[in-house]
Design a protein around this ligand. Structure first.
Ligand code: PMT
Length: 392
Protein backbone atom coordinates (compact mmCIF):
# COMPACT_ATOMS: atom_id res chain seq x y z
CA UNK A 1 0.00 0.00 0.00
CA UNK A 2 1.15 3.59 -0.61
CA UNK A 3 1.06 5.55 2.63
CA UNK A 4 1.71 9.28 2.84
CA UNK A 5 2.84 10.25 6.33
CA UNK A 6 2.22 13.89 7.23
CA UNK A 7 4.24 15.26 10.15
CA UNK A 8 3.29 18.48 11.93
CA UNK A 9 5.22 20.60 14.41
CA UNK A 10 5.26 19.06 17.88
CA UNK A 11 7.81 17.37 20.10
CA UNK A 12 6.29 13.98 19.24
CA UNK A 13 7.45 14.50 15.61
CA UNK A 14 10.46 12.31 16.42
CA UNK A 15 8.05 9.36 16.75
CA UNK A 16 7.15 9.76 13.06
CA UNK A 17 10.52 8.14 12.31
CA UNK A 18 9.45 4.94 14.09
CA UNK A 19 6.01 5.02 12.44
CA UNK A 20 7.65 5.25 9.00
CA UNK A 21 10.13 2.48 9.86
CA UNK A 22 7.32 0.11 10.88
CA UNK A 23 5.34 0.88 7.71
CA UNK A 24 8.36 0.34 5.44
CA UNK A 25 9.35 -2.89 7.22
CA UNK A 26 5.77 -4.15 6.78
CA UNK A 27 6.19 -3.75 3.01
CA UNK A 28 4.40 -0.44 2.43
CA UNK A 29 5.66 2.32 0.15
CA UNK A 30 5.96 5.52 2.17
CA UNK A 31 6.41 9.21 1.40
CA UNK A 32 6.68 11.87 4.09
CA UNK A 33 5.39 15.44 4.02
CA UNK A 34 6.53 17.50 7.02
CA UNK A 35 5.22 20.99 7.67
CA UNK A 36 7.75 23.81 8.09
CA UNK A 37 7.26 23.61 11.88
CA UNK A 38 7.75 19.82 11.89
CA UNK A 39 11.23 20.45 10.46
CA UNK A 40 12.12 22.27 13.69
CA UNK A 41 11.76 18.86 15.41
CA UNK A 42 12.81 16.27 12.80
CA UNK A 43 15.21 16.52 9.87
CA UNK A 44 14.64 15.95 6.16
CA UNK A 45 17.63 13.56 6.13
CA UNK A 46 15.92 11.28 8.70
CA UNK A 47 12.67 11.23 6.73
CA UNK A 48 14.41 10.66 3.38
CA UNK A 49 16.59 7.84 4.64
CA UNK A 50 13.68 6.02 6.29
CA UNK A 51 11.19 6.44 3.41
CA UNK A 52 13.85 5.95 0.66
CA UNK A 53 12.08 8.84 -1.09
CA UNK A 54 12.83 12.52 -1.45
CA UNK A 55 11.00 14.76 1.00
CA UNK A 56 9.35 18.12 0.24
CA UNK A 57 7.47 20.47 2.49
CA UNK A 58 7.37 23.52 0.21
CA UNK A 59 4.29 24.25 -1.85
CA UNK A 60 6.07 26.68 -4.14
CA UNK A 61 9.14 24.67 -5.15
CA UNK A 62 9.03 22.73 -8.47
CA UNK A 63 5.56 24.14 -9.08
CA UNK A 64 5.47 22.70 -12.61
CA UNK A 65 5.15 19.19 -11.07
CA UNK A 66 1.86 20.19 -9.33
CA UNK A 67 3.18 18.12 -6.49
CA UNK A 68 0.17 18.35 -4.14
CA UNK A 69 -2.16 16.87 -6.76
CA UNK A 70 0.31 14.14 -7.74
CA UNK A 71 0.79 13.17 -4.05
CA UNK A 72 -2.93 13.33 -3.30
CA UNK A 73 -3.60 10.85 -6.14
CA UNK A 74 -0.60 8.65 -5.29
CA UNK A 75 -1.66 7.91 -1.68
CA UNK A 76 -3.88 4.96 -0.73
CA UNK A 77 -3.89 6.31 2.82
CA UNK A 78 -2.80 9.55 4.49
CA UNK A 79 -1.67 9.36 8.11
CA UNK A 80 -0.77 12.58 9.94
CA UNK A 81 1.23 11.86 13.10
CA UNK A 82 1.61 13.85 15.19
CA UNK A 83 -1.26 16.16 14.30
CA UNK A 84 -1.14 19.42 16.27
CA UNK A 85 -4.20 21.32 17.53
CA UNK A 86 -3.48 23.91 14.86
CA UNK A 87 -3.43 21.25 12.11
CA UNK A 88 -6.79 19.87 13.31
CA UNK A 89 -8.25 23.39 13.18
CA UNK A 90 -6.82 24.06 9.71
CA UNK A 91 -8.15 20.72 8.41
CA UNK A 92 -11.64 21.52 9.76
CA UNK A 93 -11.56 24.82 7.88
CA UNK A 94 -10.05 23.34 4.72
CA UNK A 95 -7.09 25.71 5.01
CA UNK A 96 -4.51 24.82 2.39
CA UNK A 97 -1.58 27.13 3.05
CA UNK A 98 1.27 24.61 2.79
CA UNK A 99 2.04 21.38 0.91
CA UNK A 100 0.49 19.06 3.52
CA UNK A 101 -2.71 21.14 3.78
CA UNK A 102 -3.05 21.08 -0.03
CA UNK A 103 -2.47 17.31 -0.27
CA UNK A 104 -5.06 16.66 2.46
CA UNK A 105 -7.61 18.86 0.69
CA UNK A 106 -6.95 17.37 -2.75
CA UNK A 107 -6.97 13.67 -1.82
CA UNK A 108 -9.74 11.07 -2.02
CA UNK A 109 -7.72 8.65 0.13
CA UNK A 110 -8.83 7.86 3.70
CA UNK A 111 -7.34 10.31 6.21
CA UNK A 112 -6.18 9.26 9.70
CA UNK A 113 -5.02 11.84 12.24
CA UNK A 114 -3.05 11.03 15.40
CA UNK A 115 -3.18 14.16 17.58
CA UNK A 116 -0.61 14.93 20.27
CA UNK A 117 -0.73 18.00 22.51
CA UNK A 118 -1.03 19.09 26.12
CA UNK A 119 -4.12 17.93 28.04
CA UNK A 120 -5.52 21.47 28.30
CA UNK A 121 -5.26 21.93 24.52
CA UNK A 122 -6.88 18.52 23.82
CA UNK A 123 -9.73 19.31 26.23
CA UNK A 124 -10.20 22.89 25.04
CA UNK A 125 -13.71 23.37 23.61
CA UNK A 126 -12.26 24.49 20.26
CA UNK A 127 -10.28 21.23 19.86
CA UNK A 128 -13.19 19.10 21.14
CA UNK A 129 -15.47 20.69 18.55
CA UNK A 130 -12.86 20.33 15.76
CA UNK A 131 -12.34 16.63 16.53
CA UNK A 132 -16.12 16.05 16.52
CA UNK A 133 -16.45 17.78 13.12
CA UNK A 134 -13.57 15.78 11.63
CA UNK A 135 -15.09 12.51 12.86
CA UNK A 136 -18.51 13.51 11.46
CA UNK A 137 -16.81 13.84 8.07
CA UNK A 138 -15.51 10.28 8.32
CA UNK A 139 -11.94 11.27 9.16
CA UNK A 140 -10.44 8.90 11.72
CA UNK A 141 -9.00 10.69 14.73
CA UNK A 142 -7.03 8.33 16.98
CA UNK A 143 -7.49 9.06 20.70
CA UNK A 144 -4.26 10.31 22.28
CA UNK A 145 -2.78 8.18 25.04
CA UNK A 146 -2.54 9.08 28.72
CA UNK A 147 0.99 9.51 30.08
CA UNK A 148 3.98 11.75 30.49
CA UNK A 149 3.81 14.95 28.37
CA UNK A 150 6.62 17.26 27.27
CA UNK A 151 7.18 18.96 30.62
CA UNK A 152 6.99 17.35 34.02
CA UNK A 153 3.22 17.00 33.70
CA UNK A 154 1.16 13.93 32.73
CA UNK A 155 -2.31 13.42 31.30
CA UNK A 156 -4.18 12.69 28.09
CA UNK A 157 -2.54 14.09 24.97
CA UNK A 158 0.49 11.88 24.46
CA UNK A 159 1.05 10.38 20.99
CA UNK A 160 0.19 6.66 21.29
CA UNK A 161 2.75 3.95 20.66
CA UNK A 162 3.93 4.01 16.97
CA UNK A 163 2.95 0.35 16.38
CA UNK A 164 -0.54 1.08 17.72
CA UNK A 165 -0.85 4.09 15.38
CA UNK A 166 0.21 2.03 12.35
CA UNK A 167 -2.14 -0.81 13.17
CA UNK A 168 -4.98 1.61 13.87
CA UNK A 169 -4.39 3.54 10.63
CA UNK A 170 -4.18 0.42 8.47
CA UNK A 171 -7.29 -1.04 10.08
CA UNK A 172 -9.14 1.84 8.48
CA UNK A 173 -8.89 -0.01 5.19
CA UNK A 174 -10.05 -3.41 6.48
CA UNK A 175 -13.65 -4.44 5.58
CA UNK A 176 -15.88 -3.96 8.66
CA UNK A 177 -17.38 -7.45 8.51
CA UNK A 178 -17.64 -7.71 12.33
CA UNK A 179 -19.58 -4.43 12.71
CA UNK A 180 -22.34 -4.83 15.30
CA UNK A 181 -20.76 -8.00 16.77
CA UNK A 182 -19.72 -8.34 20.43
CA UNK A 183 -16.49 -10.23 20.96
CA UNK A 184 -14.95 -11.50 24.21
CA UNK A 185 -11.28 -12.51 24.26
CA UNK A 186 -9.79 -14.24 27.30
CA UNK A 187 -6.00 -14.33 27.21
CA UNK A 188 -2.78 -14.61 29.20
CA UNK A 189 -1.88 -17.10 31.89
CA UNK A 190 -3.52 -17.39 35.30
CA UNK A 191 -1.34 -17.57 38.44
CA UNK A 192 -2.02 -19.51 41.61
CA UNK A 193 -0.48 -18.23 44.84
CA UNK A 194 1.77 -20.46 46.92
CA UNK A 195 2.34 -17.64 49.42
CA UNK A 196 2.24 -13.82 49.09
CA UNK A 197 5.44 -13.73 47.01
CA UNK A 198 5.42 -16.99 45.02
CA UNK A 199 3.02 -18.44 42.49
CA UNK A 200 2.51 -21.31 40.05
CA UNK A 201 2.19 -19.82 36.57
CA UNK A 202 2.93 -20.37 32.90
CA UNK A 203 4.64 -18.65 29.98
CA UNK A 204 1.60 -17.15 28.22
CA UNK A 205 2.30 -13.49 27.33
CA UNK A 206 -1.15 -12.53 26.07
CA UNK A 207 0.22 -11.75 22.56
CA UNK A 208 -2.22 -14.07 20.78
CA UNK A 209 -5.12 -12.52 22.70
CA UNK A 210 -4.01 -8.98 21.86
CA UNK A 211 -3.75 -9.93 18.17
CA UNK A 212 -7.30 -11.34 18.27
CA UNK A 213 -8.66 -8.25 20.04
CA UNK A 214 -6.97 -5.84 17.61
CA UNK A 215 -8.12 -7.83 14.55
CA UNK A 216 -11.71 -7.80 15.84
CA UNK A 217 -11.62 -4.03 16.46
CA UNK A 218 -10.14 -3.44 13.01
CA UNK A 219 -13.08 -5.36 11.53
CA UNK A 220 -15.59 -3.20 13.39
CA UNK A 221 -16.45 -5.35 16.47
CA UNK A 222 -17.04 -4.17 20.04
CA UNK A 223 -14.34 -5.99 21.99
CA UNK A 224 -13.82 -6.91 25.64
CA UNK A 225 -10.49 -8.38 26.68
CA UNK A 226 -9.89 -10.24 29.91
CA UNK A 227 -6.14 -10.14 30.49
CA UNK A 228 -4.56 -12.63 32.88
CA UNK A 229 -1.25 -11.21 34.08
CA UNK A 230 -0.41 -8.83 31.26
CA UNK A 231 -1.21 -5.17 30.72
CA UNK A 232 -2.73 -3.75 27.60
CA UNK A 233 -4.22 -0.37 26.83
CA UNK A 234 -6.32 0.62 23.85
CA UNK A 235 -9.00 3.29 23.92
CA UNK A 236 -11.14 0.98 21.77
CA UNK A 237 -10.90 -2.18 23.88
CA UNK A 238 -12.39 -2.59 27.36
CA UNK A 239 -9.74 -4.51 29.26
CA UNK A 240 -10.06 -6.18 32.67
CA UNK A 241 -6.94 -7.54 34.33
CA UNK A 242 -7.12 -10.70 36.45
CA UNK A 243 -4.55 -12.81 38.29
CA UNK A 244 -5.90 -16.17 39.46
CA UNK A 245 -8.33 -18.64 37.94
CA UNK A 246 -10.95 -17.90 40.63
CA UNK A 247 -10.65 -14.17 39.84
CA UNK A 248 -11.09 -15.00 36.15
CA UNK A 249 -14.22 -17.01 36.91
CA UNK A 250 -15.81 -14.26 39.04
CA UNK A 251 -14.93 -11.61 36.40
CA UNK A 252 -16.65 -13.69 33.72
CA UNK A 253 -19.69 -14.32 35.93
CA UNK A 254 -20.24 -10.56 36.14
CA UNK A 255 -20.00 -10.10 32.37
CA UNK A 256 -22.99 -9.53 30.12
CA UNK A 257 -23.94 -12.62 28.14
CA UNK A 258 -24.69 -11.07 24.77
CA UNK A 259 -21.51 -12.14 22.96
CA UNK A 260 -21.46 -13.28 19.34
CA UNK A 261 -17.90 -14.64 19.53
CA UNK A 262 -15.85 -15.82 22.51
CA UNK A 263 -12.23 -16.81 21.91
CA UNK A 264 -10.01 -18.14 24.68
CA UNK A 265 -6.28 -18.53 24.05
CA UNK A 266 -5.73 -18.21 27.83
CA UNK A 267 -3.49 -20.74 29.53
CA UNK A 268 -5.54 -21.43 32.65
CA UNK A 269 -3.92 -23.18 35.62
CA UNK A 270 -5.49 -26.63 35.82
CA UNK A 271 -4.64 -26.82 39.55
CA UNK A 272 -4.34 -24.38 42.43
CA UNK A 273 -2.68 -24.66 45.83
CA UNK A 274 -5.28 -25.94 48.31
CA UNK A 275 -4.10 -23.79 51.21
CA UNK A 276 -1.82 -20.90 50.10
CA UNK A 277 0.30 -19.65 53.01
CA UNK A 278 -0.67 -16.24 54.40
CA UNK A 279 2.99 -15.43 55.07
CA UNK A 280 6.12 -16.00 53.04
CA UNK A 281 7.24 -19.60 53.49
CA UNK A 282 10.70 -19.51 55.07
CA UNK A 283 13.43 -21.68 53.57
CA UNK A 284 13.88 -24.79 55.69
CA UNK A 285 10.69 -24.22 57.73
CA UNK A 286 9.22 -27.41 56.29
CA UNK A 287 12.46 -29.38 56.45
CA UNK A 288 14.16 -30.60 53.25
CA UNK A 289 10.90 -31.17 51.36
CA UNK A 290 8.04 -28.76 50.90
CA UNK A 291 4.83 -30.57 49.93
CA UNK A 292 2.07 -28.55 48.31
CA UNK A 293 -1.37 -30.05 47.84
CA UNK A 294 -2.96 -28.98 44.56
CA UNK A 295 -6.68 -29.13 43.84
CA UNK A 296 -8.28 -29.03 40.41
CA UNK A 297 -9.63 -25.74 39.06
CA UNK A 298 -12.99 -25.73 37.26
CA UNK A 299 -12.88 -25.76 33.48
CA UNK A 300 -13.62 -22.12 32.77
CA UNK A 301 -14.53 -22.38 29.10
CA UNK A 302 -16.97 -25.26 29.71
CA UNK A 303 -18.75 -23.25 32.43
CA UNK A 304 -18.85 -20.19 30.18
CA UNK A 305 -20.04 -22.16 27.17
CA UNK A 306 -23.04 -23.54 29.11
CA UNK A 307 -24.03 -20.09 30.44
CA UNK A 308 -23.58 -18.16 27.19
CA UNK A 309 -25.42 -20.68 25.02
CA UNK A 310 -28.53 -20.22 27.17
CA UNK A 311 -28.38 -16.43 26.60
CA UNK A 312 -27.51 -16.71 22.90
CA UNK A 313 -27.72 -20.15 21.25
CA UNK A 314 -25.90 -18.74 18.20
CA UNK A 315 -22.77 -17.69 20.12
CA UNK A 316 -19.57 -19.12 18.58
CA UNK A 317 -17.06 -20.31 21.20
CA UNK A 318 -13.45 -21.03 20.29
CA UNK A 319 -10.96 -22.66 22.64
CA UNK A 320 -7.26 -23.31 22.19
CA UNK A 321 -5.37 -26.53 22.92
CA UNK A 322 -1.72 -26.27 23.86
CA UNK A 323 -0.03 -29.66 23.46
CA UNK A 324 3.47 -31.05 23.24
CA UNK A 325 2.47 -33.66 20.66
CA UNK A 326 3.03 -34.54 16.98
CA UNK A 327 0.54 -33.05 14.48
CA UNK A 328 -1.68 -36.18 14.26
CA UNK A 329 -1.89 -36.57 18.02
CA UNK A 330 -2.40 -32.78 18.33
CA UNK A 331 -5.47 -32.90 16.08
CA UNK A 332 -6.93 -35.91 17.94
CA UNK A 333 -6.45 -34.15 21.28
CA UNK A 334 -8.06 -30.99 19.89
CA UNK A 335 -11.05 -33.00 18.60
CA UNK A 336 -11.48 -34.47 22.08
CA UNK A 337 -11.54 -30.95 23.60
CA UNK A 338 -13.98 -29.77 20.91
CA UNK A 339 -16.54 -32.35 22.06
CA UNK A 340 -15.77 -32.45 25.80
CA UNK A 341 -15.82 -28.66 26.25
CA UNK A 342 -18.77 -28.12 23.83
CA UNK A 343 -16.83 -25.75 21.56
CA UNK A 344 -17.36 -24.69 17.95
CA UNK A 345 -13.68 -24.69 17.08
CA UNK A 346 -10.38 -25.53 18.77
CA UNK A 347 -7.12 -23.89 17.75
CA UNK A 348 -4.56 -26.66 18.21
CA UNK A 349 -1.16 -25.30 19.14
CA UNK A 350 1.97 -27.38 19.48
CA UNK A 351 3.97 -25.70 22.25
CA UNK A 352 7.55 -26.08 23.44
CA UNK A 353 10.36 -23.85 24.69
CA UNK A 354 10.59 -22.33 21.17
CA UNK A 355 6.98 -22.57 19.91
CA UNK A 356 3.69 -20.93 20.85
CA UNK A 357 4.27 -18.97 24.05
CA UNK A 358 5.55 -15.38 24.04
CA UNK A 359 6.46 -15.28 20.34
CA UNK A 360 5.20 -12.97 17.60
CA UNK A 361 4.46 -15.82 15.21
CA UNK A 362 2.96 -19.26 15.59
CA UNK A 363 1.76 -22.36 13.72
CA UNK A 364 -1.66 -23.81 14.56
CA UNK A 365 -4.36 -26.11 13.21
CA UNK A 366 -7.94 -24.80 13.22
CA UNK A 367 -10.02 -27.83 14.13
CA UNK A 368 -13.81 -27.82 13.68
CA UNK A 369 -16.44 -30.58 13.56
CA UNK A 370 -15.77 -31.13 9.85
CA UNK A 371 -12.54 -29.27 9.01
CA UNK A 372 -8.84 -29.00 9.83
CA UNK A 373 -6.81 -26.05 8.45
CA UNK A 374 -3.16 -25.44 9.18
CA UNK A 375 -2.26 -21.74 9.55
CA UNK A 376 1.16 -20.25 10.18
CA UNK A 377 2.44 -16.69 10.36
CA UNK A 378 2.24 -13.79 12.76
CA UNK A 379 -0.22 -14.04 15.63
CA UNK A 380 -2.21 -11.31 13.83
CA UNK A 381 -2.36 -13.51 10.68
CA UNK A 382 -3.62 -16.38 12.86
CA UNK A 383 -6.22 -14.06 14.40
CA UNK A 384 -7.36 -13.10 10.90
CA UNK A 385 -7.68 -16.76 9.85
CA UNK A 386 -9.72 -17.51 13.00
CA UNK A 387 -12.23 -14.71 12.31
CA UNK A 388 -12.36 -15.58 8.57
CA UNK A 389 -13.30 -19.14 9.58
CA UNK A 390 -15.91 -18.40 12.26
CA UNK A 391 -17.55 -15.31 10.69
CA UNK A 392 -19.13 -16.99 7.69
O1 PMT B 1 -0.17 -15.80 25.18
P1 PMT B 1 0.88 -16.15 24.15
O2 PMT B 1 2.28 -15.99 24.70
O3 PMT B 1 0.66 -15.42 22.85
O4 PMT B 1 0.75 -17.71 23.82
C1 PMT B 1 -0.39 -18.24 23.17
C2 PMT B 1 -0.73 -19.64 23.69
C3 PMT B 1 0.40 -20.60 23.40
C4 PMT B 1 -1.00 -19.60 25.21
C5 PMT B 1 -2.05 -20.09 22.94
O5 PMT B 1 -1.79 -20.14 21.57
C6 PMT B 1 -2.56 -21.44 23.42
O6 PMT B 1 -2.18 -22.47 22.92
N1 PMT B 1 -3.49 -21.42 24.42
C7 PMT B 1 -4.05 -22.60 25.08
C8 PMT B 1 -3.40 -22.80 26.41
C9 PMT B 1 -3.98 -23.95 27.22
O7 PMT B 1 -3.97 -23.85 28.41
O8 PMT B 1 -4.50 -24.95 26.58
P2 PMT B 1 -5.24 -26.23 27.30
O9 PMT B 1 -5.17 -27.30 26.29
O10 PMT B 1 -4.71 -26.49 28.64
O11 PMT B 1 -6.75 -25.75 27.47
C10 PMT B 1 -7.75 -25.94 26.47
C11 PMT B 1 -8.77 -24.81 26.49
O12 PMT B 1 -9.49 -24.84 27.73
C12 PMT B 1 -8.15 -23.44 26.39
O13 PMT B 1 -8.99 -22.62 25.61
C13 PMT B 1 -8.12 -22.96 27.84
O14 PMT B 1 -8.22 -21.54 27.91
C14 PMT B 1 -9.34 -23.64 28.44
N2 PMT B 1 -9.19 -24.00 29.87
C15 PMT B 1 -8.19 -24.79 30.33
C16 PMT B 1 -8.14 -25.13 31.66
C17 PMT B 1 -9.12 -24.64 32.55
N3 PMT B 1 -9.10 -24.92 33.84
N4 PMT B 1 -10.11 -23.85 32.07
C18 PMT B 1 -10.17 -23.54 30.76
O15 PMT B 1 -11.08 -22.82 30.33
Amino acid sequence: MRVLVGVTGGVAAYKAAEIIRILVESGHEVRAVPTANALRFIGVATLESLTHNSVHSELYSDVEDVRHVEMAKWADLILVAPATASFLARTVSGLADDLLGNVVLATKAPLVLAPAMHTEMWQNKATVSNVAKLRERGIRVIEPAVGRLTGSDSGIGRLPDPSYIVQSALSNLVPKDLAGKNVLIIAGGTRENIDPVRFIGNRSSGKQGIALAEEAVARGAMVELVAANFSYYSPEIETTEVVSTSELISTLEHRESNFDFVIMPAAVADYRVEHPSENKIKKGAAGEELVLTLVENPDVISLLSKRLRIANPKVVIVGFAAETASETALIDLAKGKLIRKELDMVVANEVSATLGFDRDSNEVVLVGPDFEHTVSGTKRAIAKAIFDTINR
